[in-house]
Design a protein around this ligand. Structure first.
Ligand code: IDP
Ligand code: MG
Length: 148
């Protein structure tokens, strides 16, 4: 079982899409093991996007992610990292396939609603950045054996 970090970025919260996006993950069979509303500081946003610090859009990206509330989710399931990335779609909303979250809800590159960790190693680092260990809950859904 893998765990991955998902952020419903401030545009998703502002546009009242948090619930419908979360429903997709629940219906897929992914298990919520952490969930909270966070007002990210610019420091937290900059750490989260540290890999992009040399990019010309970095300042704008940090302002965006710290510009309103974000829903932070820890999701668990078989191949959770790749599964979530597939459900999210391509970075640019105009390139994201219909049926993906970005493909169904936006045209923007920056304001693309959602983040998902891109590797198991990054998922570990990002989960530690957004959640304290005691905020992650290990539990067994009653239908687990039917889900895989
Ligand atoms: P990803 O979220 O699909 O993994 P990354 O390339 O890792 O995409 O970029 C991180 C975030 O930076 C994107 O989700 C998006 O919000 C923003 N971003 C990426 N490329 C651009 C750009 O060219 N202009 C503005 N923002 C961008
Ligand atoms: Mg990325």
């Amino acid at each position: 079982m893998e765990r991955t970090l998902v952020l419903l970025k401030p545009d998703a919260v502002q546009r009242r899409l948090s619930g419908s996006i979360l429903t997709r993950f629940e219906q897929k069979g992914l298990k919520i093991v952490g969930m909270k509303l966070v007002q990210a500081s610019p420091e937290l946003a900059a750490k989260h996007y540290d890999v992009h610090k040399e990019r010309p859009f970095f300042g704008s990206l940090v302002s965006f992610l710290s510009g309103g509330p974000t829903v932070a989710l820890a999701l668990e399931g078989r191949e959770a990292v790749a599964t979530v990335r597939g459900m999210i779609g391509a970075t640019d909303g105009t390139k994201a396939s219909p049926g993906t979250i970005r493909g169904d809800h936006g045209l923007s590159v920056q304001n693309n609603l959602i983040h998902g960790s891109d590797s198991v190693d990054n998922a570990h680092l990002e989960l530690a950045l957004w959640f304290c260990p005691n905020e992650l809950v290990s539990w067994t859904p009653v239908d687990q054996s039917w889900i895989g």
